[in-house]
Design a protein around this ligand. Structure first.
Ligand code: ZN
Length: 411
């Protein structure tokens, strides 16, 4: 093995022999195999073969009935200082302004409320950042639904301030994440912003969530339903998670627990919300929708279900349906795409029906869709870079159309 040549056994005319491969001197290899045969490029091979595992989470997660009573002290306990700016939705202000006054007085922290205008646009984020600067804010708190929290995270990131998220509904798994969706004035998606850090604190008041509309909790279950099925695809395929790293056993275990919790507690939790009364089942379910699903998707990754959701958003009829409702139909479609056994499909269908998640085209606002509509949904779901390409097989728009039709038929 003199010089830089590599001796490898070859099988030529059924006779074992040896050949010497000379190192390839081209700076730009034409094939992957060239990389691995070139000693000068060995470090590249080494880097490619090791993908670091990355797990991300908020610095603290606090949940329970009347958790808002502790908000000021929880912020203080993290070593954060006021003044605070509280980016808040209308119903959060109505429900919680007296509690905020008490908790921030107890924590001896100054705060101002910034009433959120309703849409997380770049202009609204700028307006919030200006208010934060004017008030000399040192921490940004978001209190309300997903768009309020998206705006709070964006304002905090723009000003490099710590951020606290207080979701007042459990309709998606976004509160724990390090990203925001920014919308145009017309309500269409402008961009996804990815941040360096997850929130410093996520505080979930389940007494507030118990009084939220039942449909929002169910939508959160639809978003959480996808987590285990998408995480499994990403881990089995060795693809990168939302942070660009490999998944951990921890993230996959959380994703599975998320699914098990939905099956065990979904129906009882829904009854709690209908009765506007906190319960143990609601506690576990809110944790599944918010924490387990949030950590599971961000640290394991997304696959077909969310890509199909993104495709569905291009169909006008689906606009009045929530993220999690469209994701739930995406899950069913993903199972069809993967030709999952009927036991798996039946379990998901039974769960969806038991809590009222959509399982048919009609239930997401596109009854009897024509071939053109389904193809335009499928084209959007399969654009380059979409998470559907994390699936183990190449996915074409025609396959997505067939899978959506199969999901609708099964539903
Ligand atoms: Zn989602």
């Amino acid at each position: 093995m003199a010089g830089a040549g590599v001796v490898v056994p070859v099988d030529s005319n059924k006779q074992t022999a040896f050949a010497v491969l000379q190192p390839i001197q081209r700076s730009k290899p034409e094939k992957w195999s060239d990389f691995f045969h070139s000693p000068t490029l060995r470090p590249v091979k080494y880097r490619l073969s090791i993908m670091l595992k990355v797990f991300c989470a908020p610095a603290r997660y606090t949940q329970g009935p009347n958790a808002t009573d502790q908000l000021g002290l929880e912020i203080r306990n993290l070593g954060l200082e006021g003044p605070a700016i509280l980016v808040a939705g209308r119903s959060a202000i109505r429900l919680l302004e007296d509690v905020w006054a008490r908790t921030f007085a107890e924590a001896q922290m100054e705060y101002q409320v910034f009433p959120f205008a309703g849409e997380c646009t770049a202009a609204e984020v700028r307006r919030g950042a200006e208010a934060a600067v004017a008030g000399k804010a040192r921490v940004v708190i978001g209190a309300g639904g997903g768009k309020v929290l998206d705006a709070a995270r964006a304002i905090a990131a723009d000003l490099s301030l710590p951020v606290v998220n207080c979701p007042t509904i459990a309709s998606s798994d976004a509160p724990c994440s390090a990203l925001s969706v920014i919308y145009n004035e017309d309500g269409s998606v402008e961009q996804y912003r990815i941040y360096r850090r997850n929130p410093d604190l996520v505080l979930v008041d389940t007494a507030v969530i118990a009084r939220s509309p039942a449909r929002l909790l169910v939508a959160g279950m639809g978003d959480a339903l996808a987590t285990w099925f998408e995480a499994k695809v990403c881990v089995e395929g060795g693809v990168k998670n939302m942070r660009g790293g490999a998944s951990t056993r921890s993230a996959l275990a959380l994703a599975e627990l998320c699914y098990r919790t939905l099956l065990a507690d979904g129906v009882a939790a829904l009854e709690s919300v209908r009765a506007q009364t906190p319960s143990d089942a609601l506690e576990r379910l809110v944790e599944a929708n918010t924490l387990l699903s949030g950590l599971g998707f961000e640290s394991s990754g997304l696959a077909a279900a969310h890509a199909i959701h993104n495709g569905l958003t291009t169909a006008h009829g689906t606009h009045t349906y929530m993220h999690g409702e469209k994701v739930a139909f995406g899950v069913l479609t993903q199972l069809m795409l993967e030709s999952q056994p009927s036991a798996v499909v039946d379990e998901v269908l039974a769960f969806s029906r038991s809590v009222g998640l959509p399982t048919t085209f009609a239930q997401i606002g596109i009854p009897n869709p024509d071939e053109d509509l389904l193809h335009s949904i499928a084209r959007r779901a399969t654009i380059a870079g979409e998470t559907i390409h994390n699936e183990p097989m190449p996915v074409s728009p025609a396959m997505v159309v067939a899978a959506m039709r199969a999901a609708d038929a099964a539903g």
